[in-house]
Design a binder for this molecule. Structure first.
Ligand SMILES: Cc1ncc(C[n+]2csc(CCOP(=O)(O)OP(=O)(O)O)c2C)c(N)n1
Ligand SMILES: [Mg+2]
Length: 596
């Protein structure tokens, strides 16, 4: 099979017509030059007059290259694309949004990126802070005191520089902060007047290498020794693998450490592929809320190694059912550096007998050489999933099985999974096999995140496949146009249950608890009458649209056709009409109406 990139057209450049050479330059030219020096590859954006100066510099001074603009139809998608890109690249790209209103549109996606701990440079603008320079009305409604306050509680840093040199310094600092663990979004607000000020000849571009982020924090040798001793003496060590790197070497070391210790391993569907899910030591398939077998493993543990687990205390709360945590806990995370008062996304506080504030993969590497190996144990074989009913009904499980059959021998990256996905449906064997959730639970991120991931993987042999809910698709769908315009190949399979189904389950639960009719759960949730033609929406934006697929027997042909489109560099959306129902304990509660 030919590698994908040999078939791909170049990323559409939207090449500008060159203009005359100039000696009198502008504030925004210096800012654009700094973005280039920082190596920002792309700026996903939606335009606005507040940054028309910067926009002009990107097009006419830099020639729309390094960074290249990616036009988006909604700011939420611009940030979601930058978020997805960072999940693969591990480095930031940028997004640019208009003053206050653009930032308001972007805010949920910024929150998602924050909760997902990805580096992201968000640029914005304000009407002239100098009121004497404001145009009537429009510059006044688009100027706000302390605009950064809109996103301050879920960004690592924000700044509104007062001069061109200050803007350059702000960008260097923003880049450094965003890319220092724990990673996160940063916001720099560029005054319109500053962008449009004449600066004469440009200052030399900054030497960005001298403002790079520091190397990841290493563990203290004394902590490593204590942790290694605890792990070496344990009878039932357990590893909780959370936010770790996407590097294959780190993955291999994690496996080596688990095997050396003969430890049980618990993985999280929210944080992507972090450990081979069909490894015999994997306590349970990855899940959003911990599966009963994972809880049992944690309950039985006498030493727990937590590698930056999302909601560390929550893991014990789920497992211990109110009992005290008697296991010794080794907590490896720098996340506490982000914890502040507004957002509770830090999760519950876990006890820690050894608290290593360092890079989790650095801790794994250090522990690997110090722990004592244990003889191999006999691990129970994982329980197989029940056979899929032969009833021609399209289900999420059916999509999983059909995709697996259709992609045998192909490298694919699952950019997103729907809420009804059971982690046992598909195994992961490489850190790029699956990239986890949106971080902040903000629905609508699926298309944008998937496109950012597909952009970062565009020149690799991996095909990106996003499997998303119809609610998620419908909120973020206009990102499809961006993918088509810039030739970013992607297959999106929409698990269309014609509903915000997750919330039907909530209404069912409430109705049952209140002894009210649960059959009303669909009201205010179902997306039908009229049914939305999702494939037609995709076609309207220039993508291939397949479906609606209503019979299981038609799935394979649709997925084969979709993959063929993507291998040719196209964007394809499949509308797969799935029966409503979850095969998993979403929301952390047990009840579900229709299980398949
Ligand atoms: C922006 C936003 N609005 C509302 C919600 C509440 N919510 C959580 S899941 C969900 C339903 C998502 O629908 P879909 O993507 O179709 O998945 P399904 O629930 O049908 O499996 C909603 C509305 C949210 N998390 N984010
Ligand atoms: Mg749905």
């Amino acid at each position: 099979m030919k590698p994908k990139e040999q078939l791909l057209p170049p990323l559409t450049a939207d090449a500008p017509t060159p203009g005359p050479a100039q000696t009198e330059l502008w504030g925004s030219d210096a800012i654009a030059q700094c973005l280039r020096a920082l190596g920002v590859p792309y700026l996903a954006l939606n335009p606005g007059a507040s940054y028309r100066g910067l926009h002009d510099s990107l097009v006419n001074h830099l020639g729309n290259s390094a960074p290249q603009m990616l036009l988006c139809l909604h700011e939420e998608n611009a940030v979601a694309i930058a978020h997805g890109h960072a999940k693969v690249a591990g480095q930031m790209m940028g997004a640019v949004v208009h003053s206050n209103v653009g930032l308001m549109h972007a805010s949920m996606a910024v929150f998602n990126a924050w909760c997902d701990r990805v580096p992201l440079l968000l640029l914005g603008a304000t009407g002239p802070w100098d009121a004497a320079r404001r145009r009537p009305w429009i510059d006044w409604i688009h100027t706000a005191s302390d605009q950064g306050a809109l996103v301050r509680d879920y960004t690592k840093w924000d700044n509104q520089p007062g001069s061109v040199p200050a803007a350059v310094e702000a960008l260097l600092r923003a880049s450094q902060i965003a890319q220092t663990a724990p990673y996160g979004p940063v916001y720099v607000n560029l005054d319109a007047a500053l962008q449009e000020a004449k600066v004469g000849a440009l200052p030399a571009p900054p030497d960005a290498a001298r403002y790079a982020a520091p190397a990841p924090a290493l563990p203290q040798p004394t902590d490593v020794a204590r942790a290694a001793e605890l792990l070496s003496r344990a009878n039932n060590p357990v590893l909780l693998v959370g936010r770790v790197s996407r590097k294959l070497d780190d993955w291999k070391r994690r496996v080596e450490l688990a095997e050396k210790l003969q430890a049980r391993v618990i993985v999280d569907l929210k944080t992507g592929a972090t450990f081979p899910t069909d490894h015999p030591q994997c306590a349970a398939p990855p899940a959003t809320f911990m599966a009963p077998a994972a809880c049992a493993a944690l309950r039985e543990a006498d030493v727990v190694l937590m590698l930056d687990w999302v909601d560390p205390g929550g893991a014990f709360k789920q497992a211990m059912d109110g009992a005290a945590v008697s296991a010794k806990v080794i907590h490896v995370s720098v996340d506490a550096h982000l914890h502040r008062g507004w957002s509770m996304d830090m999760g519950s506080l876990a006890p820690a007998d050894v608290f290593m504030q360092c890079d989790p993969d650095a801790a794994v590497a250090a522990l690997l050489s110090q722990v004592q190996a244990r003889p191999a144990r006999n691990w129970p074989a994982p329980t197989a999933l029940p056979a899929l009913p032969d009833d021609d009904v399209v289900s999420i499980r059916g999509i999983a099985d059909t995709l697996a059959a259709a992609t045998q021998g192909m490298e694919i990256c699952i950019s997103r999974l729907p809420l009804g996905w059971n982690g046992a449906y598909r195994h992961f064997h490489h850190p790029l096999d699956y990239l986890g959730s949106d971080g902040g639970g903000g629905v609508g991120a699926g298309p944008g995140n998937s496109i950012g991931i597909a952009l970062a993987l565009r020149d690799s042999e991996r095909l990106t496949v996003g499997i998303i809910g119809d609610g998620d698709f419908l909120m973020g769908n206009t990102a499809i146009w961006t993918a088509v315009h810039y030739s970013i190949p992607l297959l999106l399979i929409v698990c269309n249950n014609h509903s915000f189904f997750n919330d039907e389950l909530h209404q069912e639960r409430v109705a049952i608890a209140r002894q009210r009719p649960a059959e009303n759960k669909w009201i205010g949730q179902r997306i039908n009458e009229p049914e939305i033609d999702i494939a037609q929406m995709a076609r309207a934006m220039g993508a291939e649209g397949l479906g609606p697929v209503r019979r299981a027997r038609d799935l394979r042909a649709a997925i084969d056709a979709g993959l063929a489109h993507v291998r040719q560099g196209k964007v394809c959306v499949i509308d797969a009409c799935v029966a409503p129902g979850y095969d998993t304990n979403m929301s952390g509660a047990a009840s579900s109406s229709h299980k398949r």
